[in-house]
Design a protein around this ligand. Sequence first.
Ligand code: OAD
Length: 235
Amino acid sequence: MPDSRAIVILTGAGISAESGLATFRGPGGLWEGHRVEDVCTPRALARDPALVHRFYDLRRAALETVLPNAAHHALARLEREWPGDLLLVTQNVDDLHERAGSRALVHMHGALRSALCAACGHRRDWQGSLPPGTACPACAAPAMRPDIVFFEEIPYHMEEIEAALARAGLFVSIGTSGAVYPAAGFVRMARACGARTLELNLEPSAGSGWFDEVRHGPASEIVPRWVGDHLAAHP
Ligand code: OAD
């Protein structure tokens, strides 16, 4: 039975676009200049660790130059003011949600400001560049890698996310193309369990037809407006 006050929000690269971070797909997208299989698969990391580490070093450095925008701030406001459960699930590896103040947050595709030991699984906060061969502070293996979920790897926090989707009364998808599973399937999971579903995106996503309501426009405009509407409608 869904809990009408439980909300799950999924975000993607579109929510950070107006902060100045490139999305993945479309003109100027990160995958336009790179083949995904060259930078975002376990095979790529084994074949050309310098290329993969450099790609993520540049992404990590870009975080220094950007700030959360009105959409990130609006979701942090919703978490502060909403009386029910709220889980923010982001596919983004940037840290703009936490810098805006969101705390009930999981990074299902990992995080740029984290490094992972491929040998022992030790994880630690990371700033600056991460050269291939960096020694693990826990086991000393020269195996620290970006803590990013590559294609063919299993996204993080899936049990917690699926449990939250099963009891959500409302599922909201923001700034994601709906091209990458399992996140692209969350709308159907939430619907099947009885949630109302809302898409907030610049344009219709691949899964737009699965949503009860769609609002299209730039996230910095439509997300604060929706948060204001939602809080006003459920005082
Ligand atoms: P995409 O680049 O696939 O999609 C971004 C979506 O945001 C598109 O539908 C755009 O229309 C929309 N968009 C762009 N600017 C926007 C704006 N200002 N306001 C609102 N929406 C806007 O990014 P994701 O869906 O996040 O995975 O991609 C999913 C995953 O694919 C990523 O997490 C990444 C990538 O491969 C990994 O790296 C593991």
